[in-house]
Design a protein around this ligand. Sequence first.
Ligand SMILES: [Zn+2]
Length: 331
Amino acid sequence: MKSFENEKPINDIKIGAAAYVRNLAVAEDAVIRGQFNLAKVLRAAAHSQRVMAMKISRLYPEKGDHLHLLQIILSEIQGQNEIEFFRAGQFTEVPESEELNQLVKVRERLEDIIQRAIAGLENNGDITDKDVDESIWGCHGCGYLIEGDSPDTCPLCGALSVEFEWFGPFYSSSSEHLGQLSPDKIIQTLESIPEKIESVLSGIDDEILVRKSSDDQWCVKEVIGHIIETDKAFVQRVKSILQSQGITAIPRSIPPWKLHEGKMYETKSASELVDHLEGAREESLGLIRELRSDQTPFQRNIHPATAAPLTPCNPNVSFSNHRSNFVQLQH
Ligand SMILES: [Zn+2]
């Protein structure tokens, strides 16, 4: 099978990925030696090399089968043997047995999660919350993964809760800036979606449009309602920012992705929904086009008055999510 693994451009990706870890490891060492400017350059190079590797991999057409990739990950994890690894002589010292034990446990936990993910994909074609918990927390100190509620401390290395990175089925931001779109791409996506939704909806029975695959899932009409409501919220928030009144607070009881609930979107007809969406979209697009000449408030996703970060309602985040909402609709 043609896969992400053994093709020519993949080499560039591998080089970028390996360089990222190598540069950061040497940067850490440089800091210990007091070479702060060397560390700075190495960290900047790591950043650039990672982004370039990601860019190449995005362009690469054949990313391989998901199940196959999980199997590759499994064999990678299983192929590691910490003790042999450190006795191979390339290292100045063999870590304390405590640290080796940590590595073994981190690997075993990851192996367990990957195995459950593979079972889910094989049995049901998808990974559900029953296979792997909705939330995974990754310790920056040791790499240990914990499922479920946010941990107070790491049971392996003792790191505090702030040292954990959250991995959920959606993201409003990620340190890798996944899904980030350029301003042009945002406008293009926004413009094209109402029409695409209209064509996806045409000729589909209402019964299907209101069907929920489970109680906590949205039906198709609610997904459209969600897109409409977040467009409206976006317009309202941008306007108040431009008037320097500060961001209107998002009520804690209703996060942005729940604004459509209780507004009976599921009872509207498909054509009413498309009309609504076009109206809301026209307004948000108008606003974004105006902003392009003076994007200062949004350039850094920083609020102009309070200097607070603009997540979770910044255009890039919500619009790249909406690209995913549209993919959901197509299914
Ligand atoms: Zn830890």
